[in-house]
Design a protein around this ligand. Structure first.
Ligand code: SF4
Length: 231
């Protein structure tokens, strides 16, 4: 059954209307007549994706950087509460029907130091409950991803969500050769895992794109030694 989600954004005095399947045209007209003319947003996130500033020579000289497509604030659909989010550039998975194919290419995007990126994501001009890292595939840049989550914590970030097209099991297996994957999993709060499966898009749940993806509470999972979903 098609679902429509309404999120009341008190801070911006707005209502976010999200549907996992296109709802019918007459429903759209009806919503407009009740709520007024709307503003379309991209994949349930703010339309404006901010490009990071060109790195200074000092930043370029820093050893740790990540390649990103951009970042934005005030996302209400990528984890609990209000999020500042960053889109990592590059994804080797290339899921059929991926809604961000522009993020697949390794060479596109901009390289930014993790220190600068953490400052931008934690900009005090914006309110947030935490930071969300998505892409692209964040774990395709494991060194930079680890450095970013450490820097975010250092700068006081209270909550971190990370998406991955790999399942938690696959990430744990990969960590045998890349120990920093485990280090990231130990540092973040929520992992939203699994590739996008187009045929399961209609069954997508909270903050996910397809029904196979899971929102995993990593602290509880570690404590109970079994997968615990966020509730
Ligand atoms: S993992 Fe995400 S970014 Fe990568 S191809 Fe799949 S849907 Fe697209």
């Amino acid at each position: 059954m098609p679902e429509i989600t309404f999120i009341v954004d008190e801070l911006q005095d707005a209502i976010l209307v999200e549907d996992n399947q296109d709802y019918r045209l007459d429903a759209t007209h009806h919503l407009r007549s009740v709520l007024g003319e709307g503003q379309e947003i991209g994949c349930a996130r703010p339309l404006e994706i901010i490009k990071p500033p060109i790195a200074s020579p000092e930043e370029t000289a820093e050893r740790t950087s990540v390649r990103i497509a951009g970042y934005y604030h005030n996302s209400l659909t990528e984890g609990p509460g209000r999020r500042s989010s960053v889109l990592f550039q590059f994804c080797p998975l290339k899921c059929k029907g991926c809604y961000v194919p522009q993020l697949h290419d390794k060479k596109s995007g901009t390289s930014v130091s993790v220190k600068r990126l953490a400052e931008l994501l934690l900009d005090s001009e914006y309110k947030r409950d935490g930071v969300t890292i998505l892409g692209g595939e964040p774990f395709a840049q494991t060194d930079g991803l680890f450095a970013l989550v450490k820097e975010l914590r250092k700068q006081g970030c209270p909550h971190i969500v990370c998406y991955s097209g790999y399942t938690l099991k696959a990430l744990i297996e990969k960590s045998a050769k890349q120990p920093l994957i485990s280090a990231v999993l130990n540092e973040i709060d929520i992992l939203i895992d699994g590739a996008y499966i187009e045929s399961l898009a209609g069954g997508a749940g909270l903050w996910t794109g397809s029904g196979n993806q899971r929102v995993i509470d990593l602290a509880a999972t570690k404590q109970q030694n079994q997968i615990v979903l966020y509730s």
